[in-house]
Design a binder for this molecule. Structure first.
Ligand code: ATP
Length: 237
């Protein structure tokens, strides 16, 4: 088995007095795709924020390889090799596609490989090369999501977390984006998928974690989890 890249142990995360994540643990090994599945408000995004440096966990520990990264700021995590595509795939609408992408290579490590990284993103999403000099606000929702993904890839990460990237996109666009995700995984990228879509999560990932009310209520190999069982756990039935 390959090495564990990221391990989150018993994470609690709050908004004021509200406990959005209540003792969630998971791990991901190099080369895997895992999915974190759950309905609206299950705590998936909060868990991702707590491991990704945008929300300090109240308790629990996060390790990247052998380094404890609990509460580490995002830019340091990016430098270590961990990158996130946050929910909503926000891009800077008034900036060009290329400038949005280049912003992703701001760390000293990534800056050295900026040109190569940009070519790789353009190979992955040729439409972004065609529209490189257009402002991102003129793109379709799917193309904006590609920019958000491309920006995360510009830091040349080992591990990328995609938070509900299919939200609000047309089914054909979602299919296309998932094809690209599988492609970058085959090329060696380790991937965390945060999803509400049970079927798609199970189909795409090696292992899945189902969250409900801030807790992981079911986990296992995606090929061995029955869709019905996952749905029951998902809805707390
Ligand atoms: P979604 O699909 O809606 O993003 P999720 O599983 O990612 O769902 P979270 O966004 O982590 O869920 O939300 C978990 C809980 O925390 C929800 O009850 C939500 O209302 C609450 N919550 C999320 N963000 C905040 C915030 N900034 N302030 C207060 N409560 C929040």
């Amino acid at each position: 088995m390959s090495e564990i890249l990221l391990r989150a142990e018993d994470i609690y995360a709050n908004y004021g007095d509200f406990q959005a994540v209540q003792g969630a643990s998971f791990e991901i090994r190099k080369g895997e795709i895992i999915s974190i599945i759950g309905t609206n408000g299950a705590g998936k995004s909060t868990l991702m924020k707590a491991i990704g440096g945008t929300l300090a966990p109240k308790s629990g520990k996060v390790f990247y390889k052998d380094t404890e990264i609990t509460g580490m700021p995002t830019h340091k995590l990016v430098d270590l090799g961990m990158s996130q595509v946050p929910e909503g795939g926000r891009v800077f609408a008034r900036m060009t596609v290329m400038d949005n992408l280049v912003m992703g290579s701001y760390t000293p490590r990534a800056r050295k490989h900026k040109d190569n990284a940009l070519e790789r993103v353009y190979d992955l999403f040729p439409v972004l090369k065609e529209k490189a000099n257009q402002v991102s606000g003129s793109l379709s929702g799917g193309q904006r999501q590609m920019v958000a993904i491309g920006r995360a890839l510009m830091s040349e990460p080992e591990l990328v977390c995609f938070d509900e990237i299919s939200l609000g996109l047309a089914p054909t666009v979602i299919k296309d984006i998932y094809t690209k995700i599988r492609q970058i995984n085959k090329e060696g990228m380790t991937i965390i998928l945060v999803e509400q879509d049970v079927k798609r999560s199970l189909k795409t990932s090696d292992r899945s974690y189902v969250m409900l009310k801030g807790k992981v209520v079911l986990s296992g190999k995606s090929s061995e989890l029955a869709e019905e069982d996952v749905k029951k756990a998902y809805f707390g039935l």
